[in-house]
Ligand binder design. Sequence first.
Ligand code: ATP
Ligand code: MG
Length: 240
Amino acid sequence: MNQAPELAVHEVDAFYGTSHILYGVDLEVPPGAAVVVLGRNGAGKTTLFKSIMGLGPTVKGEVRLFGENVTKTPAHKLARLGVGYVPDDRRIYAGFDVVENLRLGDYSVGKRDVTPMSTEEIFALFPLLERLESRRGGQLSGGEQQLLAIARALVARPRIMLLDEPSEGLAPVIVNSLVDAIADLRETTGLTMLLAEQNVPFAMRLASHIYVLEQGRMVWNGTKDEFDANPTIKEKHLAV
Ligand SMILES: Nc1ncnc2c1ncn2[C@@H]1O[C@H](COP(=O)(O)OP(=O)(O)OP(=O)(O)O)[C@@H](O)[C@H]1O
Ligand SMILES: [Mg+2]
């Protein structure tokens, strides 16, 4: 039998004002899975993540987290329930140094019985960040900011991580090290993940399950192997 999903989106429609963006979206993230939502620019990936996180769009339908209905629950409350969210714009504070940016993650522990990760633990996971320790956010490259944003989301020991296009805007060599960092993290922590991507090779190196979003509708989903065995899905729905 399948395990109950940690995160489930059921028949979600999303709107910005009168603009109808998502149509009847269903999605399930089983425990320990790495689910990737693939879709072109404007497909609705960020809108889906913001709908889950209670960050703007008007949502119809249902979002369930660890079995509880959390539809329209605001982001800061979801963080305290154990969701680590890394938005597409990363939200690194330019005037704070690396450690100050990291420690902002402490606020997401909430009432869960967990001790936030120490700066040393984070540096053990991401040695690059230790070398950048005293730099300010505004002095980091895009890839360094992305690592810092992921690290900050890990501080509160989330049960599930949502990463919105982590590879966006990064040079290929940085994307490779990001894949390695995320893969290591999954191996050591077994953390459940939901990622949005349009970089298919990047997604393929991390995904256990894939969903394809096209103009606000989920048009396909399956395992990574099913996706691999189906070249037409890539040609038809993704820019490859
Ligand atoms: N605040 C907003 N108000 C109105 N429409 C919006 C808003 N944000 C996004 N949209 C529209 O919603 C649609 C989906 O956008 P969204 O950002 O979710 O796509 P995406 O898949 O994340 O794209 P990208 O890969 O470029 O990040 C687009 O047509 C976009 O123009
Ligand atoms: Mg987006």
